[in-house]
Design a protein around this ligand. Structure first.
Ligand SMILES: C[S@@+](CC[C@H](N)C(=O)[O-])C[C@H]1O[C@@H](n2cnc3c(N)ncnc32)[C@H](O)[C@@H]1O
Length: 335
């Protein structure tokens, strides 16, 4: 199997040496719209955690190893920029970035349930490296038939400027990996009706009941499709717009992703009450979507602004399950 190397590559569990614990500093009870009921799981509280992923993920391990059903991460892309909300500079040090990503992916793999899935959202700058690292951490199987790689999703959008020196770079890449072959996937929940639209390579038949069916012969077999069949979306997503400057969904956090993107991911790759994790939650799109879709969640970010924006976004909801805000503290303070 091919493997990626960089200066200082180190996959050891050195983070476990300086253990941190999570300390609750604020708690919020749930609330329900008049006349509605909200499903809750025993005395579970969702968690919004302020802290560097290098401290938060090891702190979560002893409680949540192999227990997280779905992880979405949208880490810094190594753009070399200073965003208003956080820095993504890295001083052109690709080695440092790859080691940082590697350590993150090892910990996320340890947290993921055996039937869990991980989505890693990046762009042209580092996707190709991430994919080789993910193959190493999750295992590689030819033709995506084992644990590991499932999809390379292209999220195509139309945003502002266009270069004159190259084709305009107008997509991000989401890598989907599963820990085993028994992973949760519901393409039918996020697909489109096949509909009546003409298909050149298929024959249209209208039944006595007026229902339209499409047929095609392939390899000696006849395949029949009903117009009401739901098609699993393909791995190119161009139907979700990026957030325009004046989009009412925007909350001022740089690099905020649209809720529609997370809705698709959460619906397709988790069940109600499943546990969803995002350790780079930024504007809070993952916890807010998980909350809306009745999933449990843990969200963290090292930037205090991200915690503030996410907290406000959650508290602005009419319906809300109980959640706590936590910070990290060195374990030695408690010994
Ligand atoms: C691309 S943004 C995430 C945007 C988010 N998906 C959204 O839609 O708003 C990356 C986030 O990673 C956070 N971050 C960067 N380095 C981190 C670290 N070492 N630990 C935790 N968070 C980090 C930044 O503060 C930033 O909020």
């Amino acid at each position: 199997m091919a493997e990626l190397f960089w200066k200082g590559k180190n996959g050891s569990d050195r983070h476990l040496a300086d253990r941190h614990v999570l300390q609750t500093c604020e708690g919020f009870g749930g609330r329900v719209k008049a006349g509605a009921t909200l499903s809750t799981t025993n005395d579970w509280h969702n968690r919004l955690i302020a802290g560097d992923k290098a401290v938060v993920l090891p702190a979560l391990l002893h409680e949540f190893a192999n227990r997280v059903d779905l992880i979405y991460i949208d880490p810094p892309f190594m753009t070399g920029r200073n965003f208003a909300s956080y820095s993504d500079r890295w001083c052109k040090d690709l080695d440092a970035y790859l080691q940082w990503l590697y350590e993150t992916l090892i910990l996320l793999h340890q947290l993921l349930a055996n039937d869990g899935s991980l989505y890693v959202h990046l762009d042209w700058r580092t996707t190709h490296y991430a994919r080789i690292i993910l193959d190493e951490v999750f295992g590689f199987a030819p033709n995506a038939e084992g644990p590991g790689f499932k999809n390379e999703i292209i999220w195509h959008y139309q945003s502002g400027g266009r270069s004159r020196r190259s084709y305009a770079r107008k997509h991000d890449t989401l890598l989907l990996y599963s820990k085993s072959t028994e992973y949760c996937f519901h393409g039918e929940r996020v697909g489109e009706r096949r509909g009546q639209q003409r298909r050149n390579h298929m024959r249209k038949q209208v039944g006595d009941d007026g229902q339209v069916q499409w047929t095609i012969h392939s390899a000696g077999k006849l395949y029949t499709y009903d117009e009401n069949n739901v098609l699993t979306p393909s791995d190119v997503w161009s139907d979700i717009s990026h957030l325009q400057q004046k989009d009412p969904e925007r909350n001022g956090y740089a690099t905020q992703k649209p809720a529609a993107l997370l809705e698709r991911i959460v619906l397709a790759s988790s069940e109600e009450n499943d546990l969803v994790l995002d350790c780079f939650c930024g504007s809070g799109v993952t916890p807010v979507t998980a909350e809306q879709l009745g999933r449990r969640w843990i969200a963290s970010d090292q930037n205090p602004e991200a915690i503030q924006v996410t907290r406000e976004r959650l508290l602005g909801r009419e319906e809300l399950r109980p959640f706590v805000v936590q910070v990290t503290a060195p374990q030695s303070d408690y010994e």
